[in-house]
Structure formats: structure tokens, C-alpha cells
Design a protein around this ligand. Structure first.
Ligand SMILES: Cc1cc2nc3c(=O)[nH]c(=O)nc-3n(C[C@H](O)[C@H](O)[C@H](O)COP(=O)(O)O)c2cc1C
Length: 162
């Protein structure tokens, strides 16, 4: 079973989580970064505007093949209650993912915001031809707690094993 984790992380929290997933599940890790990097200020202004409008950032890598992948994990921070525009860019860059199972993961300060963002990420993943099979929301506390991360990794393992 091949698991590919595609992630965006602006300030490092999502990266910390996906690195654990990578180590525990021997998953491939693909970091997507915006070609125009965000500063702290431009993330709040331009980044939130782009998240609110559902805009897809131009990203590197600009093509991501899922040809050999059994389960893809899409992980990103919540910006303005939505998936980050960098993750929208990642969804646009996917190829060969038709019918691939997807586990959706967001990190956020507040789980309510995470609920809203995960619903959108799920529908965008479906629009991209993926099949959502699981989801996780890590809020400010959960993101630093092994109590939340250990069961999350088990849920991803099960989603991949189906
Ligand atoms: C521009 C910006 C907007 C954010 N908007 C929200 C939000 O609407 N709701 C929320 O719960 N957290 C919000 N956050 C907090 C991040 O989602 C949270 O800290 C996340 O874990 C950061 O992940 P990262 O370190 O991988 O970038 C925002 C952070 C930034 C930088």
C-alpha cells in the first residue's frame, strides 16, 4: 500500500504532524509551497482573501502524479475558516488521481473553523476525482498532543488498508 501525503504548512505545525505520519506509515511526503511566498502580513491579508474566494495559488511542484498511490493524505492549515489557497493549488496540480482514496486533514486554532474547512476540502477533493474516506481536525491543543496524533495515524493506516 502506497500512501502519499501532500501538505502545505505556513508556520510549521502541519509539517510537524505530517512528518510523524511519514515516519509511522512510511508515506511519501510532498510539500507544496506557493511560488509567491507569504509573509506574516500577506498571509492575513492576501492569503485570507484568496482562501475566502477559493482561489488556487500557483505552487511548486506544479504537477503531482498519484498514479501509484493507494491513499493520498491532503493536509493544510485553516485560513479564514477555509483550506489554505496553497492546498487549492495542490488539488489543481493533481493528475492520475481518479478514484484514489483521500484522507483529509486540517490544522487550526479552533475546531469549529476546522469543521467548516474540512467540509470544503472534502468537496474539492471529490471534484478533483478523489474518494474521501476519512478526515481529521487538529486544533491548537490537539496539534501538540500525542493523544490526538497517535489515533489519527491509526485512522489513516486503516483508511489505507481497506
Ligand atoms: C493567515 C492565517 C489565517 C488563519 N485563520 C484561521 C481560522 O480562520 N481559524 C482557525 O481556527 N485558525 C486559523 N489560523 C491558525 C492556523 O490554521 C493554525 O495555526 C494552523 O495549525 C497553522 O498551521 P501551519 O503552522 O502548518 O501553517 C490562521 C492562521 C493564519 C496564518
Amino acid at each position: 500500500m502506497k500512501i502519499t501525503v501532500i501538505y502545505h504548512s505556513h508556520s510549521g505545525k502541519t509539517r510537524t504532524i505530517v512528518e510523524k505520519i511519514h515516519r509511522q506509515l512510511d508515506a511519501d511526503l510532498i510539500e507544496v509551497v506557493p511560488n509567491q511566498q507569504y509573509s506574516t502580513l500577506s498571509a492575513v491579508t492576501k492569503g485570507c482573501y484568496r482562501a475566502l474566494t477559493g482561489t488556487a495559488d500557483i505552487i511548486t511542484p506544479d504537477q503531482i502524479s498519484l498514479d501509484e498511490t493507494d491513499l493520498v493524505v491532503l493536509a493544510c492549515p485553516v485560513w479564514a475558516g477555509k483550506p489554505s489557497p496553497v492546498m487549492n493549488g495542490a488539488l489543481k496540480a493533481l493528475s492520475g488521481g481518479g478514484g484514489t482514496r483521500a484522507f483529509l486533514l486540517v490544522t487550526c486554532n479552533d475546531a469549529k473553523s476546522g469543521d467548516q474547512a474540512i467540509a470544503l476540502l472534502k468537496s474539492r477533493a471529490s471534484d478533483a476525482g478523489l474518494v474521501p474516506v476519512g478526515e481529521g481536525i487538529l486544533d491548537k491543543q490537539a496539534v501538540i498532543s500525542d493523544q490526538a496524533i497517535v489515533p489519527l495515524i491509526e485512522r489513516i493506516r486503516s483508511a489505507g488498508a481497506v
